[in-house]
Structure formats: structure tokens, C-alpha cells
Design a protein around this ligand. Structure first.
Ligand code: IMP
Length: 424
């Protein structure tokens, strides 16, 4: 029995969806535990490409049951669109998809607040995805959130939403100078979506506790990445949830001692979307080439991603935060065509070398990366499925990362398709 957390070891977009899809054939349950439709997990198999934002990436490889856990914030309108998209591929979601009755809803007013707050921040904007994530978690911790549980009583639900909206309209009018929202229009958009979502609601904590009792395997699918964690990331340029390992427990109801594996997913280089410090960022032709070769454009917003070399100081920090005892390396093939490849082994900060990731975000902006340079392998690794078939220079690159971090790569991804994978 394995209870494995799959966690982004960088700033998100590491290719977690592909790894979860690949490993889900052995899992009884695949569970999303935090975030919401800010995530965009791209899956490619046979001739199909699908981007999932809320539904766990375990729907298509085997018959695992998929849970949207209590820690996720769910936009019912986005979820219904996604349910339709998955059903159109011939997948029957009844008895495969379960939504925690404790999960909070993202309501249209959260999305409006997300966007007006970003507008007001001006040049200090965080660069959010605009999906209402921050304001929905604010409602949750302010104890005015609406939970899946609350959908059972439509009258009470309408009353609570209207009460919240009255406060929000005051802020929209007086603080943000924006038009107020009409409660009736909002309810008429929401109620049909809510009816579609209702049959999927369950006590998923109990389902998972029974799965643990029965010794069944569980995959916990993180969204975003460790460096976007609200506590451990580059605050305030972070998301509003806990993608790190602790978030997997609070966001699912699975206790820490039940976790058997913590797997970090890292690209062979680094990317970041939105604002905030990024020590190895390349604002030059090399960065442009990484973006082009890696098709680095946001799966949710389409924004071009910022690109740079692999940062081992940041990776080691993520490994220690999450107790990662295995790693997956993704998008290795994107480096096939580079003459030389850099990896950052140290930061220079205040005239000294360090391998400690600073907790002060201003200091993260100040660090200068110190690189070790590798010769490029200059041949295609695309579609290689055995480690021994990789070019010698590629294997050296991978072994160096393993030695630096002390953690082995269990999976190496050599292309976007499910089949383009080395499992070690
Ligand atoms: P939010 O999660 O929409 O509030 O955005 C906060 C920050 O997290 C922004 O910099 C976003 O670009 C970033 N972010 C949120 N979700 C993802 C993701 O799935 N991948 C990469 N970055 C993300």
C-alpha cells in the first residue's frame, strides 16, 4: 500500500498532471487537496490532450476514484464545464468523482474581488490567475464561506450568499469604485451549476479513512508548487493555499503517519508565472529558447511563463520542506538542443556564498545565482523509456542533481505523452 503525495518542487507547472496520470493506474484513489481552478494539469495520451483544473488527474488511466478534497476551493461553474469536457471523452463520472462536503465554494463575487484587488495593487500586483482563489480562502478563514454541505438547503444558501454579497457590494462601490453585483443574476447563473454538482458530494474524509483501513493505495495530487506556498513561498507573491506536504493532510483528512512517499516534481529547468523573485530567471535569448522549446505558456491563463536554469538551492529547500524521498524530472527533452546547460548550486548574498533559500522575499530578489556548467548532449532524448538509453552526458546531468539533493529520480519524463516516460 502506498500513500504518495505528488508535490510541485518549484513555482508550479512542473508537469504534475502527467506524473499523476502515469502513476494513477496503481492507485485506488487520486485526491486533489488544495488550490482550485488556478491549476492547469495537462494530460496527453493516445490522440487526446486535456487540461484539468479541478478534477484530479487520475480519471483516464485505470479506474481509480477521484476526490476533490476539503482543502480545495471549487468554482461550481468551472467544475460543471470540466465535468462536461471529461464526459465528452466517454468517461462516466458517476461513482468515480467525489467532492468533499467540507470543500468551500468559489462564488462569482470572489472572482470579481480577485480582479479588482489586483487592479488596485497596480505595479505591486501579484499576477494572480484571476480565478478567485485568494478571496475564497479569505472567506473560508473569516468563517463566512459557503461549503458543499450548505448546498442541501437552497433557501438558506441563497440567504447566506445574499448576506455576503451585501458586504461585498459596499466594498465594490466605496473602496474599489466598481459596479455592484446583482444577487438575482448571480443566483440564476449559480443554481443550475449547483444542481449538477450536488450528486457528487460525499464525506470524503470517511471514504479515505476506509481506504486506509483497507490498505488501498492513494495518490495525493498537489497543485501549484512549494515556492508558491502561502507560508513557505516567496510571500506575498504566492498562492493562498498550502501546496506543501502538510497541506496534503489538512486538505484531505489523511493523517501524516499514513503518508508513505513524498514525491517532488521538478522540471529540468525552472519557470514561474506571475510576479515575484526568480533567482535563475533568464531575460535573454536562452530564456526565450527555453520558453519556445518547452512551450512555456500558462495552461490556465495562456500567459508566457518566465524561464530560467534549474535552481538546486530552491529544489533542496523544497525537498526539506516536504520530506521528499523521491523525485520526478520532467521536460528533460527541452534541453536536448543546448550547447551548454547551467544549474545553480549556490547563491551569492551579501558578499557570501550560501545554499540556504532566504525566507525574506527581498533577499531572494537580491541573490546572485552561482552556476555549474554542463556540456549539452545535443541529441534527442524524446520518447526514450529506459534510463540506460539516455546519452552519457544526460545521465551525468541527472546524477549530479541526485548527488546534490540526495534524492533519487524515480520518474524521468522525456516528452508530454504518457508513454514518453522512464520509470526507475
Ligand atoms: P492565484 O493562485 O490565482 O491567487 O495566484 C497567485 C500566484 O500563484 C500567481 O503568481 C499565479 O501566477 C501563481 N499560480 C497560481 N496557480 C498556478 C499554477 O497552477 N501554476 C503556476 N503558477 C500558479
Amino acid at each position: 500500500m502506498a500513500v504518495r503525495i505528488i508535490i510541485g518542487a518549484q513555482w508550479g507547472d512542473e508537469g504534475k498532471g502527467k506524473i499523476v496520470d502515469r502513476l494513477s493506474s496503481d492507485a485506488a484513489y487520486v485526491v486533489r487537496y488544495q488550490g482550485g481552478a488556478n491549476a492547469g494539469h495537462t494530460l496527453k495520451f493516445d490522440d487526446t490532450t486535456i487540461v484539468l483544473h479541478l478534477i484530479p488527474s487520475g480519471m483516464f488511466n485505470g479506474d481509480s476514484k477521484c476526490i476533490i478534497g476539503n482543502g480545495v476551493v471549487i468554482d461550481p461553474i468551472a467544475l460543471v464545464n470540466e465535468i462536461k469536457k471529461v464526459e465528452a471523452l466517454g468517461v462516466d463520472l458517476q461513482n468515480r468523482l467525489f467532492i468533499s462536503s467540507s470543500a468551500h465554494l468559489i462564488l462569482p463575487y470572489h472572482k470579481v474581488l480577485d480582479n479588482v484587488k489586483e487592479k488596485k495593487r497596480g505595479s505591486d500586483a501579484i499576477g494572480t490567475t484571476g480565478r478567485g482563489i485568494g478571496p475564497a480562502y479569505v472567506s473560508k478563514v473569516s468563517r463566512i464561506g459557503i461549503r458543499m454541505n450548505d448546498l442541501a438547503n437552497t433557501e438558506k444558501l441563497e440567504e447566506s450568499i445574499k448576506k455576503n454579497l451585501a458586504d461585498i457590494n459596499l466594498a465594490l462601490k466605496n473602496v474599489y469604485n466598481e459596479p455592484e453585483l446583482d444577487a438575482d443574476v448571480m443566483m440564476s447563473e449559480l443554481l443550475p451549476a449547483i444542481e449538477v454538482v450536488k450528486p457528487y458530494i460525499r464525506n470524503t474524509t470517511e471514504i479515505l479513512h476506509q481506504a486506509l483501513d483497507n490498505g488501498e493505495s492513494i495518490l495525493l495530487e498537489g497543485a501549484q508548487g512549494s515556492l508558491l506556498d502561502v507560508d513557505h513561498g516567496t510571500y506575498p507573491y504566492v498562492t493562498s493555499s498550502s501546496p506543501t506536504a502538510g497541506g496534503a493532510c489538512t486538505g484531505s483528512g489523511i493523517p501524516p503517519m499514513a503518508i508513505t512517499h513524498s514525491m517532488g516534481i521538478t522540471k529540468a529547468y525552472c519557470t514561474r508565472v506571475g510576479n515575484g523573485p526568480f533567482p535563475t530567471e533568464l531575460n535573454d535569448e536562452t530564456g526565450e529558447k527555453l520558453r519556445k522549446n518547452g512551450q512555456e505558456f500558462g495552461a490556465t491563463t495562456g500567459r508566457p511563463r518566465r524561464c530560467g536554469w534549474l535552481d538546486l538551492v530552491a529544489l533542496k529547500y523544497a525537498i526539506r520542506l516536504n520530506g521528499m524521498n523521491e523525485l520526478s524530472l520532467t521536460k528533460l527533452d527541452v534541453l536536448d538542443d543546448f550547447d551548454t546547460i547551467n544549474v545553480c548550486t549556490h547563491y551569492e548574498l551579501d558578499g557570501k556564498l550560501t545554499t540556504v533559500f532566504p525566507l525574506n522575499t527581498d533577499k531572494v530578489s537580491e541573490v546572485k545565482p552561482v552556476y555549474k556548467t554542463f556540456d549539452g548532449w545535443k541529441q534527442s532524448t524524446r520518447n526514450i523509456t529506459s534510463f540506460d538509453e539516455l546519452p552519457g552526458k544526460t545521465r551525468n546531468y541527472i546524477r549530479f542533481i541526485e548527488e546534490y539533493t540526495g534524492v533519487p529520480f524515480k520518474v524521468v519524463s522525456t516528452g508530454p505523452k504518457r508513454s514518453e516516460t522512464i520509470i526507475r
